[in-house]
Design a protein around this ligand. Sequence first.
Ligand code: NAP
Length: 318
Amino acid sequence: MPFTENDLPNLQGRHVVVTGANSGIGLEAARALAGAGAHVVLACRSRDKGERAMAEIRLATPKANLTLESLDLASLDSIRGFAERMSTALPSIDVLVNNAGIMAIPRTTTADGFEMQMGTNHLGHFALTGRLLPLLLAAPSSRVVNVSSLGHRFVHRVKLDDLHATRGYQKWIVYCRTKLANLLFTFELQRRFEAARKSTIAVACHPGFSNTNLQFVGPRLEGSKLMEAVMRWNNTYLAQSAREGALPTLYAATASDVRGGEYFGPNGLFEIRGTPTRAHVARPARDPEAARALFELSERETGVRYDFHAPAPSVHLS
Ligand SMILES: NC(=O)c1ccc[n+]([C@@H]2O[C@H](COP(=O)([O-])OP(=O)(O)OC[C@H]3O[C@@H](n4cnc5c(N)ncnc54)[C@H](OP(=O)(O)O)[C@@H]3O)[C@@H](O)[C@H]2O)c1
């Protein structure tokens, strides 16, 4: 039987954090998780958009247990502040969905000087996960769900000697490298959970090709009406809906047969659309040496060290 939102387990009492929860896949995942009873923290960079997202979710689930929190993944300060607030507000985190992302934008940098796509899609989530680690480890069998992409297949490596693409920036190649980084991070994190004998798992997913805002951000920043029109046509005629695209995320976040280090995507032709199944992992994503090196570089870049034995924060009620 194909997996649908109706297959979500009862999530009452579970705390779930979704980054980029105001739009596209993140909004659909947050809505479904809240509908299944979870307390969902919507981690958004825009308060206005976050409030509109909460109102939309409450249309479907009037009693949804939602918290809106500011998080800008393009700022290590913002990430630290978010994690500090979480550690006083929550006893633990059952699922962290590292979903937020940007695609193929002109080269800019984050508050910390990171190239924006790598800084947001990979390094921001790397820093966030490391800072939330005590809360994740405080929940039995908690999950880190990283949202990657079919795009990871189009590159051979993450350039560790030029992570911020200072030489010859190519916006699509850099995006694909960030999505390869998402998978390398997932598999290395899973190895480290296992080595530390923790029940927390790291898994990944991708939404195939889904009709969201992702495709329009780059053309709008470039002021290209033509590319915006091309993207709109593609999204209208080729993509599946954001709701369908969120299913692999929901499966990875909640299904009982999910194991650490697995990767889920749509089951249709070329994994572009369909219901969740185990997805193809390209060979460069399965390189443990590349994954270890990226993990260590990410610790140095962000200044966030992963401590798998840190005590759980003493707290709190949500
Ligand atoms: N749609 C697809 O076909 C597709 C395919 C493969 C992979 N993906 C992946 O799916 C994930 C979700 O994307 P989507 O398609 O749902 O796109 P989307 O509708 O554009 O949503 C992206 C979300 O990320 C947020 N975001 C961007 N930069 C951020 C930052 N610095 N700090 C915090 N939040 C930030 C956005 O916030 P704002 O609204 O404020 O900009 C938005 O909430 C991404 O990781 C993407 O790479 C999507």
